[in-house]
Design a protein around this ligand. Structure first.
Ligand SMILES: [Fe+2]
Length: 475
């Protein structure tokens, strides 16, 4: 089997500024705005190969789409981690799978003083008019959406007595809902609310011992927030003890004693209204959640165990026969007054990067979900559309191409939930070149593609910000 995914885990050092790229096919005339995506750019520091997919240095990809034409830029985020990596060829802070350079004492000192990485590779958020590159760290990096230049930084934990904010958040009418985490002998996840670009305000807290669940994202409904408590997480006592020897976050991921649960929090009061038991699971990403009588329906990509984290080492992903963790698209039905979750399979995996028509349907009953699906190898080979009412699916794939997260952009005044297009950055592993894809969201037929001047590593998450409707595309 031809390994077409390995180029997706290889460094691209070239930066591009505002070049026009050819469009084959026709982009909708109404598609007007900026698509910004974040993800890996560089996979080694000096002579040190980074170990885990989440360690790679962050690179932004930007597409300005206007009147059927596309201008492309890509640029590394100038974080402190990036500067030290480029100028001194050192790993400045411990990354999820790669220890920081330095002596045992230096490592321990940094761990005890709560020094975190600032390499913002997960995604982007916009607070009022300011775009930030973000990850699970205290820092957001202000970014010029036109040039992708790093123009400043902001401590996103201000007002929260927390160490980091998560890379994923929700947005509703200019208000951000997010989770922040504090790590130590006791670990706390704080649900917060942020109006515009002001400091965040805590709404509710979930307190765990030194071995909290790893939480990557959460779900939001009209009245509630759903936080997953997987029976896997980082044992911070073990991490601290191993830090002088170079132990990382990844080495400290282990099964927890607490049972797998979902916590349902009331958005208005912060009160925990329901704790729902379920079978062991791990989730990175939710597609959507909504209230249904006396229950909450939660759709997400669920993995059976913590190999979802530990299986994403770069040495595994680059292999010709990677041992890939398999996430299925599943539905949990959570009773609003404690009890057990009902779980149903929506689409067998491996699938990832679930997205929806976010602006209109997040937190509401919905019909269509879009996901990246893997037929073989370590990266997605197809985009699939799931009709949750009809169970029918549509699919796009092309040999050798690895499509990234599909971002739904609604048509102006949409007449149907799927009236719009999907944007996705795909890697052509045979030609070693990336392309911007535009698919019709109703049929998943291709409307246009725009080849980039080079190959990009496979990305994580992006957003489309319309010129007239600045709304967000995904969770
Ligand atoms: Fe994510």
């Amino acid at each position: 089997m031809e390994n077409t995914w390995e180029p997706g885990f290889r460094t691209q050092r070239e930066e591009t500024h505002d070049v026009a790229i050819d469009v084959r096919g026709t982009l909708p005339g109404w598609l007007d705005g900026t698509f910004v995506s974040n993800g890996p750019g560089q996979f080694e520091v000096g002579g040190t190969p980074l170990e885990h997919w989440f360690d790679a240095l962050a690179m932004l990809r930007g597409f300005r789409i206007d009147d059927g034409s596309v201008r492309y830029s890509n640029r590394f985020v100038r974080s402190d981690d990036f500067r030290v990596a480029r100028d001194q060829q050192r790993v400045r802070r411990s990354l999820p799978g790669t220890p920081a350079d330095g002596t045992a004492f230096e490592r321990l000192y940094r761990a005890l003083s709560g020094a975190f990485q600032d390499n913002p590779s997960i995604g982007v958020v916009r607070l009022d008019d300011t775009l930030y590159a973000v990850t699970e760290s205290p820092m957001g990096f202000e970014t010029d959406p036109e040039t992708l230049e790093t123009t400043g930084r902001r401590d996103l934990t201000t007002g929260l007595d927390s160490d980091v904010t998560l890379g994923h958040a929700h947005f509703e009418d200019g208000v951000q809902w997010g989770l922040a985490a504090e790590f130590g002998r006791e670990c706390t996840y704080t649900l917060f609310r942020r109006v515009g670009n002001r400091d965040a305000a805590p709404v509710s807290r979930l307190v765990f011992d030194h071995h909290p669940p790893y939480v990557h994202s959460f779900a939001l409904t009209e009245h509630y927030v759903v936080v997953p408590e997987a029976p896997y997480g980082v044992d911070f006592r073990r991490l601290l003890l191993g830090t002088p020897r170079g132990a990382t976050f990844l080495d400290a991921v282990s099964p927890r004693e607490a049972p797998p649960r979902f916590h349902v929090l009331d958005r208005a009061t912060g009160e925990r209204v329901s704790v729902v038991r379920t079978e062991p699971f791990f989730v990175y990403h939710f597609a959507n959640a909504y209230e249904d009588d006396d229950a909450i329906v939660v759709d997400c990509v669920a993995y059976p165990d913590s190999e979802a984290i530990t299986g994403l080492t770069l040495s595994n992903l680059r292999r010709d026969d990677p041992d890939l963790p398999c996430g299925d698209f599943v539905r949990f039905r959570l009773p609003l007054h404690d009890g057990d979750a009902e779980r149903t399979l929506l689409l067998r995996g491996p699938v990832e990067f679930p997205t929806i028509h976010y602006r209109r349907y997040n937190g509401r009953r919905y019909r269509y979900a879009y996901l990246a699906a893997i037929d073989r190898g370590a990266l997605p080979t197809a985009i699939v559309k799931v009709d949750l009412d009809g169970q029918a699916t549509a699919r796009w794939s092309e040999p050798g191409l690895h499509p990234g997260e599909p971002i739904f952009v609604p048509a102006p005044s949409p007449t149907r939930e799927d009236d719009g297009v999907l944007l996705s950055i795909a890697l052509d592993g045979r030609e070693e070149r990336s392309v911007l894809l535009c698919l019709d969201a109703e049929t998943l037929t291709e409307r246009a593609r725009a080849p980039l001047p080079h190959r990009l590593p496979y990305p994580f998450h992006g957003q489309f910000y319309g010129a007239t409707d600045a709304g967000r595309s995904m969770a």
